[in-house]
Design a protein around this ligand. Structure first.
Ligand SMILES: *Cc1c(COP(=O)(O)O)cnc(C)c1O
Length: 373
């Protein structure tokens, strides 16, 4: 119940253990086409260029930046946590001139802030936003920002590593030009692949570069020949990981996106109301709190690390710590993918209330559990 990796369904673990075929085997090629189709379905996009990059979510981030950015390009990045900070780092390594739009950690990036940034940098090439900030538990709405970005003639890049599969992500409807995700958060697959999607505009930018993409491994122009119809060997696809993702996507689509989102929402609301019953709260901005990552504010007088350590040692239950300015101030409780169940909310509350009681904060376990009903 940390910030990922989330629990993995038995069917996915089983898929990972299947015998290998070659990366150009007709069976695998058929699977590649199914993967692309299922990824389009979860991203809610028609983008032809939709496939899993070999590597974790950060490889997806790097894939988008290295293909779209050339030295000297102006880029605006929303920074309200660890992953916006990482985007700045990656963009700068591509030679971008980066303007940061910063919010207090726990808060969202607002359209107004983007308007202000566009006054200093009126013609950026790209604006990058983290949809669900896993380090703080805030969900930034993107529709209005998307309009502003496109009015300025820029591309919109969205990090959906934690949002995909856990709450609405509508790539075509929101007019997102480039998007990446990861497998180990709400898709509930082990870490190792980064689903990405580029629309025609983004692809055109990558195709018409003046300079070669600095990364041979992540160059979309080369990867397109393997994931497209030509099937030209580029690198050996991580076969087993792709089996795993195939199984995980099947489960997600069998459940149905709307049902899956609703499950995440309901379990978050249940946890939130139970926390309220014992006088605790979610630390991220009200109205923009993630369903899949709950940042619980540490009450005064309680040793945050002690509670976390004992949850792991005595209950085999992992929760995450705060990072950066939120270190020591929050616990991060993941309700991602397979992990998002009412049983897990109950298990967490039972263990958590006991730990609070033993770590110096009198807590009414019965009141917390009663609020779940
Ligand atoms: C986890 C995460 C990443 C990085 O993914 P890795 O799989 O750890 O490389 C990027 N962005 C967000 C929002 C994340 O939650």
């Amino acid at each position: 119940m940390g910030p990922g990796p989330s629990n993995v369904a038995p069917a996915v673990l089983q898929a990972l253990s299947q015998p290998l075929v070659g990366h150009l085997d007709p069976v695998f090629v058929k699977m590649m086409e199914e993967l692309k189709a299922m990824l389009r379905a979860v991203f809610l996009t028609q983008n032809e260029m939709t496939f899993p990059v070999s590597g974790t979510g950060s490889a997806g981030m790097e894939f988008c930046f290295v293909n779209l950015i050339e030295p000297g390009d102006e880029v605006i990045v929303g920074v309200n946590g660890v992953f916006g900070t990482r985007m700045v780092e990656v963009a700068e390594r591509c030679g971008a001139r980066v303007t940061k739009v910063e919010s207090t950690w726990g808060n969202i990036i607002t359209p107004q802030q983007v308007v202000e940034a566009l006054k200093t940098v009126p013609k950026p090439k790209l604006v990058a936003i983290v949809h669900a900030e896993t380090s703080t538990g805030a969900l930034t709405p993107v529709e209005e920002i998307s309009k502003l970005v496109h009015d300025a003639g820029a591309l919109l890049l969205l990090d959906t590593v934690t949002s995909l599969g856990g709450c609405p992500v509508r790539i075509d409807e929101w007019n997102v030009d480039a998007v990446y995700s990861g497998t180990q958060k709400c898709l509930s697959c082990p870490p190792g692949l980064a689903p990405v999607s580029l629309n025609a505009r983004a692809l055109e930018v990558a195709r018409r570069r003046r300079t070669k993409v600095q990364s041979w491994y992540l160059d979309v122009n080369l990867l397109a020949s393997y994931w497209g119809q030509e099937r030209v060997y580029h690198h050996t696809a991580p076969i087993s990981m792709n089996y795993g993702l195939h199984a995980a996507l099947r489960l997600a689509l069998e459940e149905g996106l709307e049902n899956r989102w609703r499950r995440h929402k309901q379990n978050h609301l249940a946890l939130k109301s139970a926390l309220g019953a014992i006088g605790l709260e979610i630390a991220s901005q009200e109205g923009h709190q993630l369903w899949q990552l709950n940042a619980i504010r540490v009450p005064s007088g309680v040793d945050e690390a002690e509670v976390r350590k004992r949850l792991l040692n005595e209950f085999n239950l992992e929760v995450g710590a705060g990072l950066g300015p939120l270190k020591g101030k929050i616990w991060r409780v993941g309700l991602m993918g397979e992990t998002s169940t009412r049983e897990n909310v109950r298990l967490f509350l039972t263990a958590f209330c006991q730990m609070l009681n033993e770590c110096g904060r009198k807590t009414d376990t019965k009141a917390a559990l009663a609020a779940l009903e």
